[in-house]
Design a protein around this ligand. Structure first.
Ligand SMILES: O=C(O)CCC(=O)C(=O)O
Ligand SMILES: [Fe+2]
Length: 273
């Protein structure tokens, strides 16, 4: 049975986490967010979760109705919804890993999407996938595009739907499918985070509990020359972006990638002044 390596946030450098990611494609970082941060994030997000039902509201295709889950609540636009999320976006360990793994392939990276993913009882296991398959028009041989982290905002257990992961699958041929014994679950306590590559096979787990809501908060960084999944210019109003730290503004797309993403062929940062 393969295992997901575990490290502690306090004792592990971005270089060490990156080395494990290069080897295994996934690693659990224990204590990535302090208990007080987990409480604050949950308090920020509770009111949005209460208002929203489960399931996908405006599907862009039938595929995504199933993929995103009929008993799962998903919310994006997190930078505008949770002031505490801005600290998660700038977490030195996560930025450090993205610097090491993505900067060789771009000038700077962008927030690809951030989502609260609450898997409710009765949800079935999500299709095992690679998040980089979102850019399906890419040639088979491509640089690493994406680095991601799934933060547990409640405990993740096998029964509650802990994320399925296939360690080592970032090095596989794209066609190879995992055998059941190659799939492990990222069981972790609230505050821990599963760091993984956009090329690693994974998927949400089934929630077989009677009444436990598995809440995760997921965010990923993508090379700055790709179109990001989430349309952050619409999910985060510009008035809100104006009040955010400069690094967050950059990650939301107000930093041009050389000649890409410009306004009047110049820096979009000028719009925030
Ligand atoms: O909820 C999870 O554990 C994983 C979700 C996921 O991989 C996705 O939606 O792309
Ligand atoms: Fe995914």
């Amino acid at each position: 049975m393969p295992e997901i390596a575990r490290v502690t946030s306090a004792e592990t450098s971005a270089a060490e986490v990156s080395d494990i990611l290069k080897r295994d494609g996934a690693v659990i970082v224990e204590g990535a967010a302090k208990p007080s941060m987990v409480r604050a994030l949950n308090a920020d997000l509770d009111k949005f979760v209460e208002k929203l039902g489960v399931g996908l509201r405006h599907p862009t295709s039938d595929f995504f109705v199933d993929f995103y889950g009929a008993s799962t609540v998903r919310i994006d636009g997190l930078p505008a919804k949770s002031p505490n999320f801005l600290d998660i976006m700038q977490l030195p360990l996560l930025q450090g890993v993205a610097d090491i793994l993505l900067k060789p392939n771009c000038e700077d990276y962008l927030l690809n999407t951030a989502q609260l993913i609450e898997i409710r009882p009765g949800e079935t296991a999500q299709l095992i996938h690679r998040d980089e398959d979102a850019w399906s028009f890419m040639p088979k041989v491509k640089p690493l595009l994406q680095v991601e982290a799934m933060f547990a905002l409640t405990d993740f257990t096998k029964a509650s739907g802990a994320t399925h992961v296939v360690p080592g699958s970032h090095l596989w041929e794209p066609e190879r499918e995992p055998e059941p014994e190659e799939i492990v679950q990222a069981e972790m306590l609230a505050g821990s985070a599963l760091f993984y590559l956009g090329t690693s096979l994974h998927g949400g787990g089934a929630n077989t509990t009677e009444d436990f809501h598995r809440r995760g908060m997921f965010l990923g960084y993508v090379v700055g020359w790709l179109r990001a999944e989430e349309n952050t210019f619409l999910t985060v109003p510009m008035e809100a972006a104006k009040t955010m730290p400069v690094r967050v503004q950059e990650l939301l797309g107000y930093k041009a990638h050389a000649g890409i993403g410009v306004v009047d062929v110049g820096s979009p940062m000028a719009l925030l002044q």
